[in-house]
Design a protein around this ligand. Structure first.
Ligand code: GDP
Length: 425
């Protein structure tokens, strides 16, 4: 059976966690393909809310393997904390698997991320300060070689690798930031408590995924962040250091493009983004504030208020193309319940020219003005809708417009955080 990809179609926080959790019920394996503990997925089951940062959102299904593939980066301390927190809530985590090749976020990466971000002042790119950028930088820089999960299994290899890394990092800490150097012992001491918790799960992740594919089992590849935070296709430099787009699923897991059958693009019924960068449909008024409150738009990882605005149909169309979306999972439609009218940007006006795709040079996004189309709100609660026929005509019209703009059919609509609050199409 070909693999399914779940990808964020916007700037992250689209509700991928909920959609992945639903897919995980029938999946044999859920694989995170990129990013690290900068992600924050929330899965709600009854009165329980689970906040996941690194562990795939299939973890609540005990019989589904949850793999962190080679494209992810692992902070052993965060992962151990996450596993301990889940175990306290009776989730065993015995179905977790971690790729030997996933690179490790070390304490010096977190320190460097914080120092860099602080020094940028007003020019901050809004990182989560969790060491993501510096770790991916070390991975691509190659020498001294970055530490991978497999290196944590051998104390001698680990010690030598930390020493080689610190020889460079300490120069930066001292000369650029006036920060005291770190010692090999203190770095190893800091991660040592986490090692016995996470290392038993380090394995050949690609063999697991390959085995599932060859047995015709269901494989779900889960992205973190979102399309426009992609290092290549996002609003550079306000992007993440990896590839959330569906193509990143192949790179990050070793699954070939021809083995992917479906790409489910998760899109919020409006737009949010965290941190700096262009945002054409942003609402810096009471309507934006209202969306933030109704949608509880505060970061799972950082608690930062998210910037809010209308649905950007230009971004949606571009995203559907970039990801090869086969279906849209529209989330948080219920957040728009009370609105009398709703705007959708169907084009941008850039210097008097009307464009319907995001420009390749995303610097031009700063000059783009939204061309809006107004739609009628439904002004009734959607939370109880179970099937398409339960959705009011105005809501269906709004979804139809999304389908037209994205040239992609709706796969499902989410009308609340609970699993049951999902309408299959
Ligand atoms: P992710 O990182 O893409 O998984 O998204 P987040 O977890 O950061 O944000 C999604 C938030 O919205 C979570 O708190 C979910 O419980 C919640 N959520 C998901 N789908 C819906 C929905 O359809 N309606 C409402 N009101 N909340 C939702």
């Amino acid at each position: 059976m070909p693999a399914r990809v779940v990808v964020g179609a916007q700037w992250g926080d689209e509700g991928k966690g909920k959609i992945t959790d639903i897919l995980a019920e029938s999946a044999d394996v859920v694989v995170r393909y990129q990013g690290g503990s900068n992600a924050g997925h929330t899965v709600v089951v009854g009165s329980n809310s689970f906040k996941l940062h690194l562990i795939p959102s299939g973890i609540l299904h005990e019989s589904t393997l949850c793999v962190m593939a080679s494209g992810t980066i692992i902070d052993p301390i965060c992962l151990a904390d996450e596993m301990i927190g889940l175990r306290e809530r009776d989730i065993t985590c015995d179905n977790v698997r971690i790729s030997e090749n996933a690179h490790v976020i070390m304490p010096y990466h977190r320190l460097l991320d914080g120092l860099q971000e602080e020094s940028r002042g007003a020019g901050s790119i809004g990182t989560t300060r969790r060491g993501i950028g510096p770790t991916y930088t070390d991975k691509t820089r190659r020498m001294p070689r970055s530490i991978r999960m497999v290196d944590l299994l051998d104390q001698g290899v680990l010690r030598d690798a930390v020493a080689a890394q610190l020889a460079q990092k300490n120069v930066i800490f001292q000369e650029m930031y006036g920060h005291a150097p770190l010692s090999v012992d203190e770095v190893i001491e800091e991660i040592s408590g986490a090692l016995p918790i996470v290392t038993p799960y380090v394995t050949d992740a690609r063999a697991i995924i390959r085995g599932c594919l060859s047995r015709d089992e269901q494989v779900v590849l889960e992205g973190a962040q979102g399309t426009f935070l992609d290092l290549d296709y996002g609003t550079y430099p306000f992007v993440t250091s990896s590839h959330p787009v569906s193509g990143g699923a192949c790179l990050g897991t070793g699954v070939a493009p021809t083995e992917i059958g479906e790409v489910i693009a998760v899109v919020k019924a409006y737009t949010t983004r965290v941190g700096a960068g262009a945002f054409v449909t942003e609402l810096e008024d009471a309507t934006g504030e209202n969306l933030r409150e109704l949608g509880a738009e505060y970061g799972t990882t950082t608690g930062r208020p998210r910037r809010c605005g209308w649905l950007d149909g230009v971004a949606l169309r571009t995203s559907a193309e970039l990801n090869g979306a086969t279906g849209l999972a529209v989330t948080k439609l219920d957040v728009l319940d009370e609105l009398e009218t709703i705007q959708i940007a169907t084009a941008y006006d850039i210097g008097g020219e009307r464009v319907d795709r995001m420009p390749e040079n995303l610097d031009h996004m700063e000059d783009a003005r939204p061309v809006y189309e107004e739609m009628q709100g439904w002004q009734q609660p959607l939370g109880e809708c179970k099937k398409v026929a339960d959705l009011p005509a105005q809501a269906r019209a709004y979804l139809d417009r999304m389908t037209e703009l994205a040239d992609t059919a709706i796969w499902a609509v989410s009308v609340g955080p609970e699993r049951e609050q999902t309408v299959a199409f």
